[in-house]
Structures are given as structure tokens and as C-alpha cells.
Design a protein around this ligand. Structure first.
Ligand SMILES: Cc1ncc(COP(=O)(O)O)c(C=O)c1O
Length: 510
């Protein structure tokens, strides 16, 4: 193993920074690498590990050694220079600024770093550190192109507020107590009817466990069905929320490549030497983020592999309601009798993410253990909201809202395609967009990906780099462009900006 470099390196810079960054930098879809880099360097200055006047390795060297785009490094340096942590000396390089932290200045710095009042860094566990690196900053997201955000401006607020008021007023006092039923019975029934009819899920109301969002559902599944060190096969590229959850549960994540037919089961590790997976996480209706639909042959191969390995499949069906010009694809769970599948649904896309409601459809044998442990570990709640939702579904508002949103998203995707057309005419490749709330734009070079992401930020445009959705670097360069949550004006502005920027960057003319 390569030993850590001792500082300073022969040419005077703090050489250990390269090794240390190599250890702490993690790719996550939510947080751009620039942010990780910025946070790590700022933390070391504040902790005094990087001292006044110390020279940093050049952006070129850091980019080369860490396999990053140079613009990613430059953007992090620029931010630290703007905030006064670093300074450039003409012709000499980048240095830690001459900082004398007065009490007030130190407090101001610490406020953003998560330190406590005594100035000590909180002692996070290794798991906590890993999770922090996989988590966004929580800073405001831009409407264009945030993936996964629905059209909040089109949500029928008045009807919903009326229902909420009614159910809060009628709320039996039992609902104010601790609950252990697995959710409001009327909601479990309404969801079960909806899933049977619209998604071909094999389901009785008793199988539905209401949870606080899909993410919490993944957490429960991971805790209940796997032990630390177990393996989970996970789509590559894939959903960062699921990756964070499996990492925190101590799973060994095995990335299985996705192609035009979805997760390529044949490319998963096999043979005696390879431990079998305990869980297999997939988004078969609309793979996140590539957008492909898993073929029937692959679905059958997946179910067969789950049987063979005694593994459970987690079917994350997060946005399958939105298909354009294509009939909805039936759920994997309903394909055969008694499959080893746990179906996970969310209300974050069809209603709104702040609702924090989702559900699991459990095989008979898991109903009771999951209900009891969920009530113990996560507690149940929001029964008045659940009751309002049950009525929203049963009175037909839910399906009306879904079909309106389908039309809305079809239109928003068309606006985005129009805005990007000058670049597409010159070779920019976009995903098919037959479903969902985002498109993928594939890029040829990682440098283009980081340059576009860095240039978008000051424009108030949030670009999600495709390569960050990969567990194994370097991933494929591209951009994940959410279009559902922004109105036409915003999409046109951001889309035209992106088309122009791409044309400039690639030296093509529109
Ligand atoms: C692939 C995928 N699954 C699930 C979810 C929904 O998660 P939650 O219900 O926790 O909001 C999202 C949200 O962005 C997602 O992108």
C-alpha cells in the first residue's frame, strides 16, 4: 500500500492533501464534487491542519492525481478564495490566507461547519462521515433542472387543504396516541385498489405498510433483511438515496451495470467465490437515472436470480405513473405468484415530497415483522394526513391529478427539447424521454460535465452530473435534467442557456 505523503512535498506544497482528499472524496448524485472538495479544504484550514501561508498543490496536479475535472478543482478554489480562506500569489500558486481567527470570525466559520459551541468538531461515526459525504448541503435547489421535483405550482392546493382540514377536525383521539396498525386502514385499502388496477401489483390491503417515504422504506428493508457485510446488487448508475441507505446499513454494494434493457443480471458476479446478494435494488419501470425500462427477459432473469440466491428484490416504482404515448408497464411484483419482491412506492412524485408518505407491499411472511418493527424503530404518524389522502384517492382526485400532471410533464419535456434543439442539431444526445420527470443528456468528456455544472451554478441553474450517480468512478459523463418542477419560462431560459453553453464548449455553432 502507498504510504501517506509527509508534508511538505519537495516543491513546497502540502502533499498530504492529495492523499487525504483521495480518501475523503466521495461521489454522490446530490452533492457536486466541487462541494466535497470545498468542504474538506475549508475544514482543514479551520482545524489548523492547513496553516497560514501554506501552499496547496496546484489545481492541475490535484485534478490529475484525483481523476477530477480541472474545473471542479478550480471552482472549489475560487469559492475558498472568495470567502477569504485561500489566496493566490501571482506566478507562485495558491496558499492558505493569513487568517487570524478572532472569536467572532471563528464563530462565523464554525456556524457553517457543524461544530458545537465549544468549538470542538462533533465526533461522527465512520458511518456518519460517509453519510454526510453522500448528503447534499440542504441549500436551496434551483427549479431547473432539479431531478425528481414535481410541478408544485400545479398541485390542487385548495381541494387538498379542504380535505386536510376536514380530517384534522374529525380526528379520533386514538390517532393522537402511538399507532401500530401499519397505516390508516382506509389508505391501505385505497392504495391496494390503485396498485392492483393501475400497476398490476398482487396486493391485499393487509400487505400495504404505510411509511414516511420510500427512503424510510429502504431503511426498514435493509435493517430487517440484511446484516452488516451482506451484499446488495445495485444498479450502476443508480439512485443516491438508496446507495446512502445501504451504505449506512453496512451493506457491501455491488454495482451491476445497466444497459438498454435495464440491470444486466448476467454481468452480476457469479460463481462460488462470490457471496450471493441478500438484496437486489432495481427501478424496472423507469431506471433511475438512465430512463430505460427493464425488458421482460431481464425481469424473469432477475426473479430467477433472486430465487436462486435466496435474495429479496426491492422494486422501487417511484414515477411510473408518468408515461407518454405508452401504456403503463406492469410492476415486476405482479409478474409471477409469490415473487421474492418487496414493492416500494412513494407519494413524493404524484403528490409532493414534503408529504413524507410512501408504502411497501410486503409478501405475506413479512407483514407482521415489518409492521411491528416499523412501529418500534420509526413510529407511525400523520394519520389525519393519511385519511385525507385516502379520500383524495377514493373520490377520484388522485387519478385526475395524475392525468393532468402527465399532460403537464409531456408539455414541459417538449419545451425542454425545443430549447435544446440547436445543440441536438449539432450532436448533443438526449434520452428517449418516454416516461418520467427528467431527461439525460450524454456528454463526450468529463471536463465538459464539470465545466457545465460549474458554469450553471451562478446562473441559478442546478445541473446534476450523471457521473456522480455511479458507484465506480469515473462513470459516464452527462447531465440529469429534471423538467417537471420548473415552469415553461424557466425551462426555456435554462434550456437555451445550456444549449448555447454546450455549443460554445464543444466549439460547434448553432
Ligand atoms: C429513484 C427514486 N426512488 C425513490 C424516491 C422517493 O423517495 P421518497 O419517497 O423518500 O421521497 C426518489 C426521489 O427522488 C427517487 O429518485
Amino acid at each position: 500500500m502507498r504510504g501517506l505523503r509527509v508534508e511538505p512535498a519537495p516543491n513546497g506544497h502540502a502533499g498530504w492533501v492529495i492523499d487525504a482528499l483521495g480518501i475523503v472524496l466521495t461521489r454522490s448524485p446530490e452533492t457536486p464534487l466541487t462541494q466535497h472538495l470545498y468542504r474538506a479544504l475549508r475544514g482543514w484550514v479551520q482545524e489548523g491542519r492547513l496553516v497560514n501561508g501554506q501552499q496547496l498543490p496546484s489545481s492541475r496536479l490535484l485534478a490529475r492525481e484525483l481523476g477530477l475535472g480541472r474545473n471542479t478543482v478550480i471552482a472549489a478554489f475560487d469559492q475558498l478564495i472568495a470567502e477569504g480562506f485561500l489566496e493566490t500569489r501571482h506566478g507562485a500558486g495558491t496558499f492558505v490566507a493569513d487568517l487570524t481567527f478572532g472569536e467572532l470570525a471563528a464563530e462565523a466559520c464554525n456556524a457553517g461547519s457543524g461544530r458545537n459551541q465549544t468549538g470542538a468538531l462533533p465526533a461522527l461515526s465512520r458511518r456518519g462521515e460517509q453519510l454526510l459525504l453522500r448528503s447534499g448541503t440542504g441549500a436551496g435547489r434551483h427549479p431547473a433542472f432539479a431531478p425528481g421535483v414535481p410541478a408544485l405550482d400545479r398541485f390542487p392546493r385548495e381541494i387538498w387543504q379542504r380535505l386536510l382540514r376536514r380530517h384534522v377536525q374529525r380526528m379520533p383521539s386514538a390517532w393522537m396516541d402511538y399507532q401500530t396498525q401499519g397505516g390508516v386502514p382506509a389508505l391501505r385499502e385505497a392504495l391496494s385498489d390503485y396498485l392492483r388496477l393501475s400497476r398490476s401489483v398482487r396486493c391485499r390491503p393487509e400487505q400495504v405498510l404505510v411509511v414516511q417515504g420510500a427512503q424510510q422504506g429502504f431503511e426498514l428493508i435493509a435493517r430487517m433483511l440484511g446484516d452488516s457485510g451482506d451484499r446488495v446488487w445495485i444498479e450502476e448508475p443508480g439512485y443516491g438515496g438508496a446507495q446512502a441507505c445501504f451504505a449506512s446499513a453496512g451493506f457491501e454494494m455491488v454495482p451491476v451495470p445497466v444497459d438498454d434493457e435495464g440491470m444486466d443480471i448476467a454481468a452480476a458476479p457469479h460463481g462460488k467465490a462470490q457471496a450471493a446478494p441478500r438484496l437486489i435494488y432495481v427501478t424496472p419501470s423507469h431506471q433511475y437515472p438512465s430512463g430505460v425500462t427493464m425488458s421482460l427477459a431481464r425481469r424473469l432473469a432477475l426473479l430467477e436470480a433472486a430465487e436462486r440466491h435466496d435474495a429479496w428484490v426491492i422494486e422501487d416504482d417511484y414515477d411510473s405513473e408518468f408515461r407518454y404515448g405508452q401504456r403503463p408497464i406492469a410492476a415486476l411484483q405482479g409478474l409471477v405468484a409469490d415473487p421474492r419482491v418487496i414493492y416500494v412506492g412513494t407519494l413524493s412524485k404524484v403528490m409532493y415530497p414534503g408529504m413524507r408518505l410512501g408504502y411497501l407491499v410486503l409478501p405475506e411472511s413479512l407483514i407482521e415483522p415489518f409492521r411491528r418493527v416499523n412501529a418500534r424503530l420509526h413510529r407511525e404518524g400523520q394519520y389525519a394526513v393519511q385519511a385525507a389522502l385516502a379520500e383524495f384517492i377514493s373520490c377520484g382526485q388522485f387519478s385526475r391529478h395524475i392525468s393532468r400532471m402527465r399532460e403537464c410533464y409531456r408539455g414541459r419535456q417538449a419545451r425542454l427539447r425545443e430549447a435544446l434543439a440547436p445543440a441536438v442539431a449539432q450532436g448533443l444526445r438526449l434520452s428517449e424521454g418516454l416516461a418520467g420527470m427528467h431527461l439525460v443528456a450524454w456528454l463526450d468528456r468529463h471536463e465538459d460535465e464539470s465545466a457545465l455544472v460549474a458554469a450553471a451554478e451562478p446562473q441559478g441553474i442546478g445541473l446534476s452530473p450523471l457521473s456522480h450517480y455511479y458507484l465506480q468512478p469515473p462513470g459516464r459523463p452527462g447531465l440529469v435534467l429534471g423538467y417537471a418542477g420548473a415552469d415553461d419560462t424557466e425551462i426555456e431560459r435554462a434550456g437555451s442557456w445550456l444549449a448555447n453553453e454546450w455549443l460554445k464548449l464543444t466549439g460547434r455553432t448553432g
